[in-house]
Design a protein around this ligand. Structure first.
Ligand code: CMP
Length: 140
């Protein structure tokens, strides 16, 4: 059975452009409830660890530099079928492939600066949520 929580980050391009509130509105309108949320500046070592799975990829250095270039908003979200429904809401990784009405279609500017992150599995949603939040910071 699909899990009911996912993890997201609103990325530096979107926080810097003042899109944070609009993106949070879209997330809530789509039926997600917020279980934890924080505005934070990632350090280089945090970004390297969070994206360690991509460490052999040619874009890893650029990704870490970008994710530490300005604050992010991290959040744990709840809804039935959360991981899949959130990925539908945000759209494809490449903004030019993102469907009309998706968050990335509206706010992403490139594959790197693609406005939001969404976990790709229930297991990663748990790992990523626990990376950013202590259990005492997450509401029931
Ligand atoms: P996300 O799925 O949130 O997490 C991994 C990120 O790597 C992905 O979003 C993209 O922003 C980024 N990414 C993937 N492919 C590339 C690429 N070719 N160049 C730069 N960044 C990339």
């Amino acid at each position: 059975m699909a899990g009911n929580r996912t993890f997201t980050m609103i990325k530096p391009d979107a926080t810097g452009a003042g899109h944070t509130g609009k993106i949070i509105d879209k997330i809530i309108e789509a039926g997600f409830s917020i279980k934890a949320m924080k505005w934070a500046q990632l350090s280089t070592s945090q970004a390297q660890e969070f994206y360690a799975v991509h460490s052999e990829r040619p874009f890893y250095g650029e990704l870490v530099e970008y994710m530490t270039s300005a604050p992010i908003v991290a959040a744990i979200l709840e809804k039935d079928n959360a991981v899949e429904d959130f990925r539908t809401l945000i759209g494809a990784t490449k903004p030019e492939e993102a469907a009309e009405g998706t968050i990335r279609k509206m706010f992403a500017t490139s594959i790197a600066a693609n406005a939001v992150h969404g976990s790709d599995s229930d297991d990663n949603a748990k790992i990523e949520g626990e990376f950013h939040f202590a259990s005492t910071e997450v509401t029931a």
